[in-house]
Every structure is written in C-alpha cells, then in structure tokens.
Design a protein around this ligand. Structure first.
Ligand code: GRF
Length: 212
C-alpha cells in the first residue's frame, strides 16, 4: 500500500473526491495546506486524516517555505505527492525532490491554457471542447508529462461558472483514478518521457477523453 500526501490551498473538493474513493492500493497519510484557513483541512480531519498547515506567510523566501513544506511532506513518507488546488508555485528544488512522484490536476486541456483563469480564457478563445488534465509536475508551470485528460463540451450560453462546474465534475472522477493508477503501478514512461498507461487505466483514460 502506497502513502499519498495531498497538498491543498482551499476548499479541497478534489482532495475530498480522492478520500471518497478509497483503494487498497493507497492510504492518505497526510493533507497539508499552505493556509490554516483552508476549509479542506477540516474535511480531511473529518475523514480521520492527519491535516496540518505550513503557512507560506511565515517564511521570508519561497525556498525557505519549500524547505519547511518538504519536511512536513517527508514526515509522512510519501510514495506520491498530489497537488489538489495547491496555489503556490513550487521551487525547482522541491519539484526535483519528488521527481516522477508528484502530480497535479489542471482545469484545462493542456498544453492549452496553462496558468490561471482557464475557463474564462477558454470561453474567450471560443473553443468548443474544454476539460482537465492530470500530469506529472515539472519545474515549468503546468507543463509536465500528461497522465490523463477528460473532455467536456463548451455549450452555447455557458458562463465561467457553468463551464467550471462541468469541468470540476470530471476532475472529481479523473483525479482519484489517476492516483489509483499511479499506486497500482499502471503508469510508465516511454523513451520520449511520455506517459504510457497499462491495464484498466488505458481503457478508462480513453473513456474520459471521449474516445470510447
Ligand atoms: C481545481 O479546479 C483544480 O483543477 C485547480 O484548482 C481547483 C481546486 O479545487 N488546480 P479544489 O480545491 O480541489 O476544490
């Protein structure tokens, strides 16, 4: 059974989706937030998961914060670090420490719309499909090897909130699955560094992407 540490900054609905879909392949060893006010911390505690804050405001530099964060993460002995709405840019040193065992969910079909305000930008661009992406984290923002994506239609009359809600529903399906696939050792990399899925991960990923 693998140890998973989840990093959050806010409401933690993706974290909750992972907690609500347990698997014999992993246990959530800790939830850590950069803000003690993150509502998701109480949700984690209600699930009996150790939850703590390492407040970024208490540190003079990004490096100092990431060093303290890494200490808290390492205390839980993680096999996998899951970013779930964690809104701090991580230093290259932090990312390197967890190389190939740190993943993120981003609310767009990467490489489209990295960064913030993805739903607004998707509407402005007039794209007809939108979605979310689970990817390995690399030092460059929202650009690591893609594990899985889920597609939703952009409908006439959509506003930012409606589109965000449609995408979030898919995030809550896709992210728990991706965590499980990692913990079941169903993810590998090809010579180009791209992610290959095996077993039921491959079939489920095709369904999420609208191919089946
Ligand atoms: C999600 O849309 C996720 O894709 C993005 O931040 C949001 C976090 O929401 N990275 P929640 O805290 O999981 O509810």
């Amino acid at each position: 059974m693998k140890n998973v540490v989840i990093l959050i900054s806010g409401r933690g609905s993706n974290m909750q989706a992972i907690l609500d879909q347990p698997s014999p392949a992993f246990r959530i060893a800790a939830v850590i937030s950069n803000s003690a006010a993150a509502p998701g911390l109480d949700v984690a505690r209600a699930h009996g998961v150790p939850a703590l804050a390492v407040e970024h405001t208490g540190f003079a530099t990004r490096e100092a914060f990431d060093t303290a964060l890494a200490q808290a993460v390492d205390a839980a002995q993680p096999d996998l670090v899951v970013l779930a709405g964690f809104m701090r840019r991580l230093t290259p040193g932090f990312v390197a420490r967890y190389q190939d065992r740190i993943i993120n969910i981003h609310p767009s079909l990467l490489p489209l719309f990295p960064g913030l305000h993805t739903h607004r930008r998707a509407l402005e661009a007039g794209v007809k499909v939108h979605g979310c992406t689970v990817h390995f984290v690399t030092p460059e923002l929202d650009s690591g090897p893609i594990i899985a994506q889920a597609v939703v239609p952009v409908l006439a009359g959509d506003d930012e909130a409606a589109l965000a809600a449609r995408v979030l529903k898919q995030e809550h399906i896709l992210y728990p699955r991706a965590v499980r696939w990692f913990c079941e050792d169903l993810l590998s990399r090809d010579a180009g560094g791209r992610v290959r899925l095996s077993g039921d991960a491959a079939a489920q990923a095709q369904i999420a992407a609208g191919a089946a």
